[in-house]
Design a protein around this ligand. Structure first.
Ligand code: FE
Length: 227
C-alpha cells in the first residue's frame, strides 16, 4: 500500500470553535465535510487529546470558521500549535458569537458554519462529530484557504519571486543554513527572514536575537535544529 496516496486528498483549512461553561476554545482542523444537503449535516474529525474535543463533547455545539488565503501564520500558529489549556486564544483574536454563543473568528475568515452535534463516531485517536448545520453564511467574497495552498505558499515552499541576482548576493554574504522548529515544523530561512517578527531577509539564524520566538508555535531558538 502506498500511504502517500492519502496526501493527494484535498482539504480545506478551518478553525473549529466550541464552548464549555462560558469558556471559549478553538483549533485548526482540515477535516470538515458536508455529509447530506437535506437536512444539511457535516462531519468534523477532532483529536481526542485536544481541549476543543472536550468542549464539543460537553456542549454539543461548534462553529467552523472558514479561513481565507490571507490567513497569517501567526493566526494559524495560535490556533494550530498552541493549546487552550495554556493560553486564552480569544483574548487577542477578533470574533463574534454565533446564535448558540460559540465564537466565529473574524480575522482572515470568509464564512462560517454553526452546528449541533447529533452523533459521535469513535475512531480511536479521533472522534468524528456529525452535526446538524444550524446556521451558515459567507462573510467575504474571497477564496477560501485550502490545505495545498497552506503547504505550498504559507510554508515557504512557494516559488521564489526575488530576482536571482539578489538571491545569490544574499547567499554569499550570510550563513544561509535553514533551521527547523522541532515543535511545529516551521523553517527559518535566512533568505526570507521573519517579516512578522521584524527580522529582515538576510539575517542568519545565529544572528537572531535570543528573545526571538518561533512565529508559529512560540518556542525559543533552542528548539530549532539545523536542516
Ligand atoms: Fe514552532
Amino acid at each position: 500500500m502506498n500511504k502517500k496516496t492519502l496526501h493527494k486528498i484535498s482539504y480545506g483549512l478551518y478553525i473549529i470553535s466550541s464552548i464549555k461553561e462560558g469558556k471559549l476554545n478553538g483549533q485548526i482542523a482540515n477535516t470538515v465535510f458536508q455529509i447530506t444537503s437535506e437536512p444539511p449535516t457535516m462531519a468534523i474529525s477532532i483529536n481526542k487529546e485536544n481541549l476543543t474535543h472536550e468542549y464539543i463533547r460537553e456542549s454539543k455545539l461548534l462553529t467552523v470558521s472558514i479561513l481565507d488565503q490571507s490567513a497569517p501564520m501567526t493566526l494559524i500558529g495560535k490556533f494550530g500549535f498552541k493549546t487552550g489549556r495554556e493560553i486564552d486564544k480569544f483574548i487577542d483574536t477578533k470574533y463574534k458569537l454565533s446564535n448558540n454563543g460559540v465564537p466565529i473568528i473574524e480575522e482572515a475568515v470568509m464564512g462560517f458554519l454553526e452546528g449541533e452535534v447529533i452523533q459521535e463516531v469513535d475512531m480511536g485517536s479521533h472522534t468524528i462529530f456529525i452535526a446538524r448545520v444550524t446556521d451558515a453564511d459567507i462573510t467575504k467574497d474571497v477564496e477560501p484557504m485550502n490545505y495545498a495552498y497552506y503547504h505550498q505558499v504559507k510554508n515557504g515552499k512557494a516559488p521564489k519571486t526575488a530576482p536571482t541576482y539578489i538571491e545569490e548576493d544574499v547567499k554569499k554574504s550570510i550563513n544561509i543554513d535553514k533551521y527547523t522548529c522541532s515543535v511545529c515544523g516551521y523553517v527559518y530561512d535566512p533568505e526570507k527572514g521573519d517579516e512578522a517578527g521584524g527580522i529582515k531577509p538576510g539575517v542568519a539564524f545565529e544572528e537572531l536575537p535570543e528573545a526571538w520566538l518561533c512565529p508559529i508555535c512560540g518556542v525559543g531558538k533552542s528548539e530549532f535544529v539545523k536542516e
